[in-house]
Design a protein around this ligand. Structure first.
Ligand code: ASP
Length: 431
């Protein structure tokens, strides 16, 4: 019977049951029981997704590029993709700024809560600031240098180095397109076959998603700090959530409607499982296998486009993160009584867009790069301590926007190239 229930409902069920279970066991003082006996299944699920992410990026990008007939096609798709990535991110930051400047959550922030949070989270904030400092001290061109690995195998053994892996694979793909066809053919056939195998592995892993999501949510609930701390931060969190909701429920479906000609329901239904996995794992990289499967099988994006746009998108296109960074920067400035002029706001658009590109697709990474945005507008970085308590739920939510944006861009690019077709598994079918 379970077979007939669509994936997103099963995952949703896991999510809701996980939350209920977590609260139930917290009330019964069963926290340790959940940590010992339930949490490992969540960790297993995340590990399975991460395990497949690097091989998936490598194989799907090689397939995506080698399917292109020539280099001019690659540069056309590449430029189009990057341009839309940057545009959507800049729009996201702007939406965040409008919301936060309208609701002004930091202005009503009490001195008492501020002191309490600054004291309680100073250590954790410092760890993030140090992580950011390591990246900052290295000069303006360091991000460029960091993109090129000195050893491919080292790069691919660390999930944080996705951009380096992508660089190598792009070059390999270009090489494959440039060599004579008869030489390229067996290599291409090999990667085509491997791609099928890996997608099948994703299918199998996804069968465990409802259980994995259940375990992740239950563990999150029993391990989260008391609700008291959240209260003072509610209006800040609300700004981030309103901004993200505008993106996910309004902006992306609108783009899909206008530029890809697909309905709201079709898009949302197709994306729901990936969004739920993004929410429960807080990682675009871990969600990539699911996004890929949904976009190709349920939204009708040609594999050639999806294999190219999504791995790069998961790594550099983070609209939700950029929006959050903008809201957080303004909130912290307001809480410290620092006035930001129009120039500062423009500065936020630019730095948050760039910082989100540099953010790793893993939980909590957006906060590290927020340090750079704060630095750019002269707001004390120690202010990170203010937003720490509530970062996890916001991280989960912004990851939804990050993956939804990748899917949106892949649909627009596919449509513009005449490569958006009927999904393999028609998502609009009832059930
Ligand atoms: N967790 C986010 C992602 O993986 C990044 C972040 O904003 O922390 O997309």
């Amino acid at each position: 019977m379970l077979k007939r229930i669509p994936a997103h409902w099963l995952i949703m069920l896991g999510l809701v049951l996980g939350i209920v279970f977590g609260f139930g066991f917290s009330a019964l003082n069963g926290k340790q029981l959940v940590v010992d006996w339930v949490k490992p299944f969540g960790t297993l699920f995340i590990n399975l997704l991460k395990m497949i992410a690097v091989p998936l990026i490598i194989v799907s990008l090689i397939k995506g590029i080698s399917d292109m007939k020539d280099i001019s096609r690659l540069s056309k798709i590449g430029l189009r993709t990057l341009a839309i990535f940057i545009l959507t991110t800049a729009v996201a930051v702007t939406i965040g700024l409008v919301v936060v400047n309208t609701l002004n959550p930091g202005k009503s922030f009490s001195q008492e809560t501020r002191d309490q949070l600054m004291l309680g989270f100073a250590d954790k904030a410092n760890a993030k600031i140090e992580a950011a400092a390591a990246q900052k001290t290295q000069g303006p061109l360091q991000p460029l240098v960091d993109m090129v690995p000195d050893n491919f195998f080292n790069a691919s053994s660390e999930n944080r180095n996705m951009l380096q892996v992508i660089f190598f694979v792009l070059l390999l793909g270009v090489g494959l397109v440039l060599i004579p066809e008869e030489k390229a053919k067996p290599v291409k056939a090999f990667f085509d076959g491997l791609n099928e195998v890996i997608m099948k592995m994703v299918d199998l892993i996804m069968k465990t998603a409802p259980v994995g999501v259940f375990a992740l949510m239950a563990a999150l609930v029993v391990e989260s700090p008391g609700l008291d701390l959240f209260k003072g931060l509610l209006s800040y969190a609300l700004c981030v959530l309103i901004g993200l909701a505008i993106l996910v429920l309004g902006f992306y479906p609108l783009l899909v409607r206008v530029f890809a000609g697909k309905s709201y329901q079709f898009f949302m239904k197709g994306m729901a499982p990936a969004q739920l996995v993004a929410f429960s794992t807080s990682s675009s990289a871990a969600t990539l296998p699911v996004t890929m499967e949904r976009v190709v099988d349920h939204l009708g994006v040609d594999e050639e486009v999806a294999s190219f746009v999504l791995p790069i998108g998961a790594t550099v296109n983070m609209d939700g993160t950029a929006l959050y960074q903008a809201v957080a920067a303004v909130f912290i400035a307001q809480a410290f009584g620092i006035a930001l002029d129009f120039g500062d706001q423009v500065n936020i658009v630019i730095t948050a867009t760039l910082a989100s590109i540099g953010t790793a697709a893993v939980p909590g990474a957006g906060m590290v790069m927020l340090v750079i945005v704060l630095g750019a507008i002269g707001v004390p970085e120690a202010g990170l301590a203010l937003i720490f308590a509530i970062d996890r739920p916001l991280d989960m939510s912004r990851t939804i926007a990050n993956v939804t944006s990748d899917a949106t861009v892949s649909m627009i690019v596919a449509k513009s190239l005449g490569m958006l077709g009927t999904p393999k598994q028609e998502a609009s079918n009832p059930g």
